[in-house]
Write a protein that binds this ligand. Structure first.
Ligand code: ARG
Length: 579
């Protein structure tokens, strides 16, 4: 394993702190805020001086005078009130590049004590076509899942299918309304079921009785009524199939395809537990558990609804219990629309009150909506909801405009072109989503995100393919990537950018924020482009320089491919572009 440059410098500074009898915890080194002055900086002398009531510049100067003896460091200075500025020797940076190249983790550190982490994302529902609103949960969840796994955590992803609430009773009662009974229920396909659900929605909005009826049917279904269960099983199965196809197209994967229905038994157990702990009380016909108000009013958790059924909250609480008991979850993270944040606050507080998982870490990462240019949730041209299927198709059509037709390029028939179009279209959609911080929404702009320039998925894929082509040409000429040497400012800048990889991935992991990786990917590709414009590879003045620059190029390629993978995006070996 190779350590990142930042960590190596940090260790050096820590060592000096220890030698001088200073508290190591102030030895933290970070990437310099002033790259014109230094590569790294340590501000520890300031904090330390406050505590020890000493002069910060004096402390910093003392540290600097020891660091100056280290030949791995090029320049040490004390600036301002006591900032320690550190610049690294070119040879040391070059060696770090070499170590990263030889490391299969590319110098990214693994997690010391891996945890069992359950990731809850996707959350589609029975009989509802997946739409643009489902994009973020799947895309962000998949990226976090890959990041966590890569760093060594044991990840279990669960789609948590919405298959148990009132909508189930609504569909069943709509079929009964239509057919007189449920005898034909198992013959319907997913489109027909979706139509039933739409009709039920309209009916229940207008008619209180229909709503009540749907609730009663839901409660009976949950209670185990055999006829209802059989029809429901079919509806659930065909919905899962449809949803699976959607996720497959997006390359979003799950270890578990459990649903709300799987938490039914555990829901009963949780209710019992609440009763025994004296936390349950009747309120207006429902069994509830009161919660503490935090900085805002906190509605109670509904344990059993007035109609006798289990609701959304109790289902999530019971699911947590199962994840802890069956899966040994130590951490559970939710990637769900931020409009559900109150729900998760209620759920988490309920779990704390019930005390069945005192050490469990739980967090909801709420995401913002995908909006149209008008700032409102993205719709189709005629005002309908944009299905995921349609969205993918639109993206493919757009990408096809920039890619040659089949048989215009040697070796590219229909099949190969379609594969490429698909890879680029999915990259466009996902990168657009992942370049925005999770909590903010974004404006969905097809024109913009499928471009081959700017901060887009296709641009990164293109950058990778360009390096692939450089590497192929070098191979033909028998030039191999070897021994990095730093000779120009652009080489040095690129190497320092590369050296930030570990920090970027770890920040994304700590904050469960894939956009940190997207940012890094984009700036790395740009820094490479600047380097490549000023520092030719195949026409460099010596063989050593060719090999060195080639090694940097290969390292950048490997990093970009790995990071796109972590974002859930493929990297085609070759990209084609219409002339
Ligand atoms: N099916 C839910 C919905 O459409 C989302 C599920 C989110 N996950 C969870 N564990 N509650 O609103």
């Amino acid at each position: 394993m190779s350590l990142s440059l930042e960590k190596l410098i940090n260790q050096k500074v820590e060592k000096v702190f220890s030698e001088l009898g200073l508290d190591k915890k102030f030895a933290t080194v970070k990437i310099s805020d002033r790259p014109d002055l230094s590569d790294f900086q340590c501000n520890g002398a300031l904090a330390l001086a406050k505590i020890e009531k000493k002069n910060p510049r004096e402390i910093a100067t003392q540290i600097a005078s020891v660091l100056q003896k280290d030949s791995d460091l090029a320049k040490i200075s004390v600036d301002g009130p006591g900032f320690l500025n550190i610049s690294v020797a070119d040879e040391y940076i070059a060696k770090n590049m070499q170590d990263m190249s030889n490391d299969e983790m590319l110098g990214i550190e693994k997690i010391d004590t891996p945890k069992t982490v359950v990731l809850d994302y996707g959350g589609p529902n029975v009989a509802k076509a997946m739409h643009v609103g489902h994009l973020r949960s799947g895309t962000i969840g998949e990226a976090v899942s890959r990041i966590e796994r890569f760093l060594g955590n044991k990840v279990i992803s669960d789609v948590h299918f919405g298959d148990w609430g009132t909508p189930m009773g609504m569909i069943l009662s709509e079929i009964i309304n239509h057919d007189g009974d449920l005898s034909k229920a198992t013959t319907y396909n997913v489109d027909e079921i979706t139509e039933f659900y739409k009709a039920a929605n309209i009916r229940c909005k207008e008619d209180e009785n229909a709503k009540e009826n749907a609730r009663i049917i839901t409660a009976k279904l949950q209670d185990g009524d055999e006829e209802y269960r059989k029809a429901w099983r079919h509806i659930r199965d065909i919905s899962v199939d449809a949803v699976k196809a959607n996720y497959e197209a997006l390359d979003v994967n799950f270890d578990l395809w459990l649903g709300e229905s799987d938490a039914h038994k555990a829901s009963g157990d949780v209710v019992e537990m609440a009763k025994q702990m004296g936390l349950a009380e009747m309120d207006d016909g429902a069994l509830i558990m009161r919660l503490e108000e935090t900085n805002k009013p906190m509605p109670p958790t509904i344990l059993i609804k007035r109609d006798g059924g289990f609701g959304y909250q109790i289902t999530d609480i019971a699911t947590i219990k199962m994840r802890v008991e069956d899966l040994k979850a130590e951490e559970i993270y939710y990637f769900v629309d931020q409009r559900q944040s109150l729900h998760f606050e209620q759920v988490f507080q309920s779990v704390e009150k019930l005390k069945f998982a005192p050490d469990l870490v739980m967090k909801h990462y709420g995401f913002g909506t995908v909006n149209g240019k008008d700032g409102k949730p993205f719709k189709t041209r005629d005002g309908g909801v944009m299905t995921l299927e349609n969205l993918i198709k639109m993206s493919k059509d757009k990408v096809r405009e920039s890619i040659p037709n089949p048989n215009e390029v040697d070796g590219y028939g229909e099949k190969e072109i379609e594969k490429l179009v698909n890879q680029v279209a999915i990259a466009a959609i996902k990168f657009q989503d992942l370049k925005n911080t999770t909590s903010s929404g974004y404006i969905f702009d097809l024109e913009d995100f499928a471009k081959f320039e700017g901060k887009t998925g296709p641009y990164i894929q293109y950058a990778i393919a360009r390096i692939n082509s450089i590497l192929r040409k070098a191979e033909e000429k028998n030039i191999t990537p070897n021994n990095v040497i730093i000779t120009t400012a652009d080489e040095r800048n690129l190497a320092l950018k590369i050296a930030q990889l570990n920090a970027a991935v770890w920040r994304a992991h700590n904050e469960k924020e894939p956009s940190i990786i997207s940012d890094y990917v984009y700036t790395l590709a740009q820094t490479f482009s600047t380097f490549y414009n000023s520092s030719p590879i195949m026409t460099a003045e010596s063989k050593e320089l060719m090999s060195s620059r080639l090694a940097l190029a290969k390292l950048v390629r490997d990093i970009l491919v790995k990071l796109l993978y972590l974002l859930g995006i493929e990297s085609p070996e070759v990209m084609l572009k219409k002339a």
